[in-house]
Write a protein of this length. Structure first.
Lengths: 118, 494
């Protein structure tokens, strides 16, 4: 039991990942698909952020040459800052495409570029 | 010329020019700027290849921070060859594409479109030069986002749902890759690929590394359109603007495949016990299924671009098959086929783009008799098609021959030979169907009115075809790089 609780952040990661993935695969509404994708990516951000956290660790700022404190690793946070920017760009581009789909088809649900008539 | 900065220049040139091109107002000028930038990128990669052929491994420390703490750019034989493919395909497509782009994109949108093109180019070469797993992810997203824009520029409204599907698949793939990289980072505390490989040896064969390898392989397989994860690809290729297809089809899936090979062979192969079974029981069966499915599907398609797209599914299968034999000869064949298939597809799609100047829809029915009206374009298409099939004297033959020789050394000789030769026969069938319609079909009303493609575009198409013949007769350059990369990546094999 304590094993499961100690790993709670991994469980949150897995749960969010699966919720997002399920939404991406099953929703036919394109905006809902994108939201699922955003949840999916957020789960990964959480995985990275949580791995850098140490119990009792503070922000990695050295004051008065005092190296005795415990610091959390700043590197995963920096990586995820980049990944968040990437995620936002993807979401924005995805929504822009949805807008154009709405203009072209008049709906955003259950659209498929079927090949049969081509 | 000082070779130290070459790997950085490779990315910086297109990346910095992109915003300048974006603010240009004149369509012709923006095209010219993109061409010049692409040519410069190509020249840089030619220099890089020269250095690598002389036996150097180019390593560049970004900002002067030493690896593994700083970001390292690292170019050896494998990425040098890929750099040549990517920058070459971009340059040829841009040079040939002015009329086609103006027709399909329109004058006002062209400057922004060219900026997206340069960003896609910068992202793709960035993936190749980078020696840092997270940096690869960032460049992958830069190139993907820019490619989504390029593909959605197609005149057909079905380009939009296709690109949406590609966006979902591409993001899922890249995120899976990121999860895998995160797990390896957890175990090793490093993101530098060479350092990762060394430190994993200390970590040993743990479940985390095992799962990480799985995430990375599946994520990249999705981006590389390995069967059965290719569903996004045929529509994206078909509805993209014709010139964009010539660029994307030649390189974007192959760059993902490059990362897959680099991670699986360089990082994991040595450090996971029985990692070969991933190739034997997962990737090789997928490669074989892809070869069969892609070739059969191509035979039954009716749109010329979709035929070629499904043929790409099969060709990716060949590349993966060569790699999953896990032998030096197999890996050499895989890298050679990566190069030669890019040559053939680039030439084929450029010829298709030339036909696309006259036909909005590229169905075989519509194109009947068009080959007789534009004989030079058609001849180029046929020669490139022969290279795709693997006829002696063309580049395709060299790599198919290498693949067959590698298969003969494996313990699955008969089934592999049957599949490779069988799908080559299917390639004759689907290229033959195109020839039948374009040359022997009764000309449609539309086909009667058209003439030959513009001479400049035709010259570029023939340049691509000439490369197919050149590397078919003298394959020493790709062969040297492919062999060296096989030795580099499989160095732990006896």
């Amino acid at each position: 039991m304590s094993q499961i609780l100690n790993l709670s952040h991994y469980w949150v990661f897995v749960l969010l990942l699966m919720i997002g993935f399920y939404a991406v695969l099953t929703r036919t509404n394109l905006v809902k698909k994108l939201l699922g994708l955003a949840i999916f990516q957020s789960a990964v951000f959480l995985l990275f952020i949580s791995m850098g956290k140490i119990d009792g660790g503070t922000a990695p700022i050295i004051l008065n040459d005092d190296w005795s404190q415990t610091f959390s690793s700043p590197l995963p946070q920096v990586l995820i800052l980049t990944a968040i920017v990437v995620g936002i760009s993807t979401l924005a581009l995805g929504l822009a495409i949805v807008v154009r789909i709405k203009e072209a088809y008049g709906r955003i649900d259950d659209i498929d570029a079927s090949s049969s008539e081509n | 010329m000082d070779s130290v900065h070459l790997p950085a220049l490779q990315v910086v040139v297109p990346l910095l020019t992109a915003p300048i091109v974006a603010v240009l107002r004149d369509a012709r000028l923006s095209w010219l700027a993109a061409v010049v930038t692409s040519v410069m990128t190509f020249v840089v990669s030619v220099y890089i290849v020269q250095h690598v052929l002389a036996g150097a491994v180019l390593s560049y420390q970004m900002g002067g921070w030493a690896a593994p703490y700083g970001i390292e750019l690292r170019v050896d034989s494998l990425n040098a060859l890929m750099l040549l493919v990517v920058s070459g395909a971009s340059t040829l497509a841009l040079l040939a594409g002015r009329q086609s782009l103006t027709l399909q994109i329109g004058e006002e949108r062209l400057p922004l479109f060219m900026a997206a093109w340069l960003l896609a180019l910068a992202g793709l070469v960035g993936i190749l030069v980078s020696g840092d797993a997270f940096n690869i992810f960032v460049f992958m997203e830069i190139s993907s986002l820019a490619s989504y824009i390029l593909i959605s520029g197609g005149p057909d409204r079905r380009a939009l749902p296709s690109v949406f599907k590609y966006l979902i698949a591409g993001t899922l793939g890249a995120t899976f890759y990121l999860i895998g990289v995160g797990m390896v980072y957890m175990m090793t505390g490093t993101l530098n690929i060479a350092d990762m490989e060394a430190r994993l040896a200390g970590v040993g064969d743990t479940n985390v590394v095992f799962v990480a390898a799985g995430f990375i392989t599946i994520g990249l397989a999705l981006k590389a359109a390995i069967y059965p994860m290719h569903a996004w690809m045929p529509n994206a290729y078909t509805f993209a603007p014709n010139i964009v297809t010539a660029f994307i089809a030649a390189c974007s899936t192959k760059v993902a495949l490059y990362v897959l090979l680099r991670m699986d062979f360089f990082v994991f192969q040595k450090n996971l016990v029985d990692h070969e079974s991933q190739f034997t029981y997962l990737l090789m069966p997928l490669a074989l299924l892809g070869i069969v499915f892609g070739s059969v599907a191509a035979v039954f398609e009716r749109n010329i671009k979709r035929i070629l797209a499904f043929s790409s599914v099969a060709q990716i299968g060949y590349i993966l098959l060569g790699a999953s034999l896990i032998s030096v000869s197999g890996f050499t064949a895989a890298v050679l086929h990566l190069f030669n298939h890019a040559l053939a597809k680039s030439a084929l799609f450029l010829a298709v783009a030339a036909m696309g100047l006259y036909f909005a829809r590229l169905r075989l029915q519509v194109l009947r008799g068009a080959g007789r009206k534009m004989p030079w374009t058609f001849a180029a298409f046929v020669v490139a098609g022969l290279s795709l099939i693997g006829v002696p004297g063309t580049a395709g033959f060299v790599s198919k021959w290498a693949l067959i020789s590698a298969a003969l050394e494996s313990n699955l000789v008969v089934p592999l030979l049957v599949l490779i030769l069988g799908s080559s026969l299917l390639a004759i069938v689907y290229i033959g169907r195109i020839v039948e319609h374009l040359w022997f079909g009764d000309a449609t009303d539309k086909a009667v009115q058209i003439g030959e493609a513009p001479s400049w575009m035709l010259a570029m198409v023939w340049l691509a075809v000439a490369a197919n013949i050149w590397f078919g007769l003298d394959s020493s350059l790709p062969m040297a790089l492919a062999q060296q990369s096989a030795i580099d990546l499989l160095r732990q094999l006896p």
